[in-house]
Design a protein around this ligand. Sequence first.
Ligand code: 7TS
Length: 426
Amino acid sequence: MHGVDATVARDALDVRALREDFPILRRVVDGKPLIYLDNAATSQKPRAVIDALVRYYEEYNANIHRGVHTLGQQATDAYEQVREKVARFIHAPDPAGVVFTRNTTEAINIVASAWGRRYIREGDEILVSEMEHHSNLVPWQLLARDVGARIRAIPVTAEGTLDLSSVETLLSPRTRLVAVVHVSNVLGTINPVRRLADLAHRQGALILVDGAQSVPHLPVDVQEVGCDFIAFSSHKMLGPTGVGVLYASPSLLEQMDVYQGGGSMIRQVTLDHSTWAPVPTRFEAGTPSIADAIALGAAIDYLGGLGMANVRAHEIDLTRYALGALGSIPEVRLYGPADPLARGGVISFNFADVHPHDVGTVLDSEGIAIRAGHHCCQPLMRRLGAAATVRASFYVYNTHKEVDALVRALARVKELFGVGVRCALP
Ligand code: 7TS
């Protein structure tokens, strides 16, 4: 292929070309070109997304669902079109099931509050897993505390997968909800959500899927997954911060209580009583993040242009390459499944006994952005027996060369911390 290097040439994506779409990738950190490997925390934004934000503010900034004026109508149309785009993107049958939230966290809190407080009672059970992000754990703990319900957790195996053999015993007629992450933000594990949905439904429970790390990275079809609720964030899928999505069928949303009260979510208000707007606006009280939702539409267009199957193929390729390269370093301890097909583009590891924050600082001095810490998964860290990990996470613009740079920078960590010497001491 015309002049592109071999690693890019066999890729499902034209990475060299698409990198040009991301202005921030021209940045230099500490005199080194930025290598951004912290995509599980948040992704970078292509020019098309930044332009969509600017265009809204420069050309048709107005509040939505209220004005008769042209700008208000344009903003409303643009905002509502994104609802349809989101529905198509996740193969949801009805855009009326798409609720715009602030992020994944708020989407889950809406379910805990507006569905959970109505349907979960004393003695009921909520089944989570040991690999949940705090945002799919703490809302259920708050609910359980207030209504007297009980949290149970699917254990994680030594390979970093869910122990499915325990699910049938953990599920009981008391289980009202299974709340489980689709792709782990620490281990990368892709969980068998369809299977879990079937098991949950067989017990009469509903299932919420935390799609924060799946919707941006894999083709997700909510009808195939069979989930009742799915939550995800725009900022992890090339879109702006400030907007996320909760999807559920409109009939399920109808059965829920309201979440926040205020403007937009009402049909009629008297001094002592209100009735509610139809779903999904019933769950969108107040002025939403209009610009951000509109720019999420540009992010979805961008991902659609790449093709989610290609995004996934690119990440499998990078993950396979990185697992091989990191796995050949004796000081590196990798977490999560060995098979790149069983995981997303997230790789957690430790480097001998060097503290992950120290690894992160050395990598930063090489221009490499990774995350070090507990990744908002403290129960999982306890299960792994690690206080923290280093985490590299990939997206569409990452390359084999960047993985090579990570490997070289780890050699620098070894030099600086004298790992071999220190490990040899009693
Ligand atoms: N669920 C998962 C699986 C996540 O990875 C995250 C964010 C969230 C929920 C919460 O998303 P938010 O947009 O509401 O904040 N994960 C991370 C991370 O791994 N590093 O920084 C944020």
